[in-house]
Design a protein around this ligand. Sequence first.
Ligand code: NI
Length: 224
Amino acid sequence: MMHHIKGVLNAEQLSTLTQHLTQADWVDGRVTTGHQGAAVKSNEQVDTQSSLYQELQQFVLQAINQHPQFFSATLPVNISSPLFNRYQGGGAYGFHVDGAVRREENLWLRTDISATLFLNEPDSYEGGELVIQDTFGQHKVKLPAGDMVIYPSSSLHCVTPVVAGQRIASFMWIQSMVRDEKKRAMLSQLDDDIQQLSSIESATTTRMNLLNLYHNLLREWSEI
Ligand code: NI
């Protein structure tokens, strides 16, 4: 299931980040990709060896970790270091699969969820849709700056050619406490509805009971 998380970065955070990104060292995007992906990939990524990269990925991680909906939708055990990519001049990334496991600095991470955080406005570039293929067909995603889409890493996906302007995004992978996507989706739905109930005073007992159910399900299904 795809999930749209709004406002991961606010306007001020976006302008700070995009300003820094213009000063970053961009390298060929194939450096972080295996054989299968490299053959269909033409974009650039911020050099992960640079000191600016360290600052920028921390900045994104901090924002993500402060977003309550990100937590409830992904239930993260670990999040990979966010990377940054840029597509322009016809750059694209053909259909590919994301590797099942990744080596992060000092741990192995299983990629349960893929996340793309859009960093510039959709009307500032042409093309550049993220296309996600699942059992219901293909879904095209192009979100406002600061918004994020998360989707199961098991889905085939691509980025269509950017024929005008630049598409800049940050992306990362998440290992979830709840590996099963269907269970994760149910927990996320339940959590959202419990939040809604908090504004209804007469629902206090119902809310408490549902909260109890939520935590008991999470206790049953999570692995940490
Ligand atoms: Ni991918």
